[in-house]
Design a protein around this ligand. Sequence first.
Ligand code: ADP
Ligand code: MG
Length: 288
Amino acid sequence: SVPLSFFGGIGGASKLGILVKGSNYLELLAHVDTVVFDKTGTLTSGTFNVVAIHPEAGVNPDYVLSMAAHAESFSDHPIAVSVRAAYSGEIDQAKIGEVSEESGHGVSARVDEHVVLVGNDKLMAAHGASWHDCDLKGTILHVCVDGAYVGHIVIADVVKEDAEAAIASLHDAGVRRCVMLTGDRKDVAEAVAARLGIDEVRAQLLPQDKVAAVEELLSAEKDGARLAFVGDGINDAPVLMRADVGIAMGAMGSDAAIEAADVVLMDDHPSKIAKAMRVARKTMRIVW
Ligand code: ADP
Ligand code: MG
């Protein structure tokens, strides 16, 4: 049987904009000592801005951006949205042929009889293309047309306003470690983590690597301590299901993440995680 106070806990959480899908998750939340975050869209806004375009010698920067915007024209990824937003020209969808989005890598598309690749080092390597890293201060999108490297686009997203306070309040609540997982570059990930007070970072991960990382962290949990994972993307669903408590961003998050989660933060504020733990412990009558 479920103590009546559990229902009070779910109601109290919902008033804070925290949807808890069952009373059992309050009990698990109360014992969380490891919180694992996905970076993009969870700790950062998920809205990228193009900050620079670095064409190869003799290539027009507008050409690099135009090819990238066309290749990304069918993608819902936040990176694709930012590339399209930066491109002021018109995207003629009739020019776009076969498109394939490779998760954790980028996209490959046929644009006007050309084969265009837009993505990270892994994408270039997977297609046998070479690349140059000229400016490393950001997330890099390499652009390759018909096997020739034409340049790269530097993009950046911003840390959410309450992210630093969110990590501090989790540490205050006795959370032993806050971990960040990301498919993004190591230096970008480390800069964000250092700024936020994250204890551990793992970068350049593919979706399946995130599942493996959570499994490894779960196996290190001791004495009934629990692990929560917080994410927002389609690729996060398997990890959300694997964690003891899966927490999804509800406002900007994907339907797949919201569906797979046990707890949904309706306003996407990471500071709500410590608040949810506080409600859970109060409900369980665990002294904070
Ligand atoms: P995160 O772990 O930050 O949520 P993803 O797993 O969605 O990121 O993507 C990881 C990396 O894969 C991105 O940083 C980018 O380099 C590359 N990537 C993914 N999707 C795209 C895309 N549509 N266009 C270009 N690059 C992409
Ligand atoms: Mg993501």
